[in-house]
Design a protein around this ligand. Sequence first.
Ligand code: AMP
Length: 629
Amino acid sequence: MDYPEQYQNSLHNSGSYWLEQAKNISWYKQPSIGLRHGADNSYSWFDDGQLNTCYLAVDSQVEQGRGEQIAFYYDSPAAGVKQKISYAALLQQVSVFAGAMLEMGVAKGDRVIIYMPMIPQAAVAMLACARIGAVHSVVFGGFAANELAVRIDDAEAKLIITASCGIEFEKIIAYKPLVDKAIALAKHKPKKTVVLQREMLLATLDVAMDVSWDQFVEKAQPTACVSVASNDPLYILYTSGTTGKPKGIVRDNGGHAVALKLAFNGIYGMDENDVWWAASDIGWVVGHSFIVYGPLICGASSVFYEGKPIRSPDAGAFWRVISEYKVNSMMCAPTAFRAIRKEDSSGSLVSKYDLKSLRWVFVAGEKLDSSTYHWLQDLLQVPILDHWWQTETGWPMTSPMMGWDSPSAARLGSTNKCTPGYDIRVVAEDGSEVDVNQVGNICLKLPLPPGVSTSIWNQPERYQQAYLSTFAGYYHTGDGGYIDEDGYIYITGRTDDVINVSGHRLSTGEMEEVVSSHEEVAECAVIAVNCTLKGQIPVGLVVLKTDADITDEQLQADLVAKVREQIGALACFKDVFVVQRLPKTRSGKILRAVLRKIAAHQPYQVPATIDDPAILAEIEGHLAKYYSR
Ligand code: AMP
């Protein structure tokens, strides 16, 4: 079957299509129900299925004879360590760690926060949670204590698993003090903290609260996988929404496993025994789906890289990894290639390595600019494939199907066509569907395929409000764009206040909360401007209190430090401009759509509520310096 036939089948016979896909993984109880429709557009998949995601990723691979095959190639230029972890070794580590958690009192359904750098023990912890039916929530190591505290409270975590430190370039970042501070800030108190001691910086442990990883597993007995319901949660992953409070995206077990099997084989074109590399971090959805679960469920080998694209030790690090592990395909955000290009614009470092194994490169997470695309394509001489998805979906919504016959060719500027089960429609503000090539809100017609999150932890009503209430019958992705006459999708950018810094999604609302908490600030807006390296970076527009007594330099220094302290360095918040007024609606709301257009140097209509054009001229004056970037 070719793409049009398969794709149409996934939409029109969705229940039977996905039940067929479900046969590609092992279940303790094979589901007999594919799609179940509920009231008010609600739906669920595989209701009566029973399985275990850790079993699929680890035990089942060993049972199929892959014990000696490498599950993870851990490669850390940061720590100067390389390690090959076989499926058999992984099984041993995961089953013992899971046993230790059980002995500590972690039960099915309990939440466990994993705040770790890119070390394989992070994957061991994730898989061990899945093994006993505990729900993990991995928090990216770059987040500040305050952000971690918010997640501890929301998830009501019973256990925290961390490491003594992470490494950013040559800088060692102590994690344990951050975790201690987060626990002190949180209202909910976890029972214990397990600390993996890294030799470059040992953490001081509290006898009552902390236990080292080694001690934790020392006397533990390995434990077997428990059977969980298909719709039981596997993990919570917090992502930025448009408000200050992050959304805890809940992922199920069954739909997720079925979708990842299809995605890894069908979309990425990877098979068992292939070597795959998702150059990301376990703190992001890419890390969950395609560093850990997807490749292992499919019996492939996954590169687990703790380093940067540049200065690791040079800008040839990616090429070295590809050649050393004979990587067949990789995925990362375009920002990584922009960083490499900045250091080695001619790409001369490629010639030091043999990249014959590489079949194609996937990029996602932010817009792929044409200049990076051409540079990379010319340099690597393999297809560069843009594809599009988000934390909520857990797997790509548009992509070429590299594992199917005759995949759709790449089309510059497009993230390709819909993958199975995704019915993308472009919707105008009034809810009507627009014509081809017309820009509008990119929406997905309900129901969504398996694996896509259908709830936000602790706040089911927020899921409705954030995704389903804007356009009845559709899931609202928050992205704008259009579809051409051949069904190719073009993503033009977010239509809300989520911004994308180096492929990381951040909420401007969250930064505004931090900025406006400064005692001299009356009000503020944080908006994104273009950045050649990071895609977007935030800048603050600040109105001072009338009696404020602070220099612009001091204000900038204070605010930059505050955002770094409360959100983390990953926000890259560096520029602040003091303005006289912000443009507002009559009801007093800041006109963000106008600010976004000014920042992007796009034409806009001066809203009727703006009585003084000088308000916008002043902002344009400040932002003009970013137009050429
Ligand atoms: P995240 O949930 O962090 O993965 O971020 C998802 C958001 O990143 C999407 O809603 C898009 O705004 C953006 N994004 C992801 N992939 C692409 C892509 N290939 N092109 C343009 N934007 C993308």
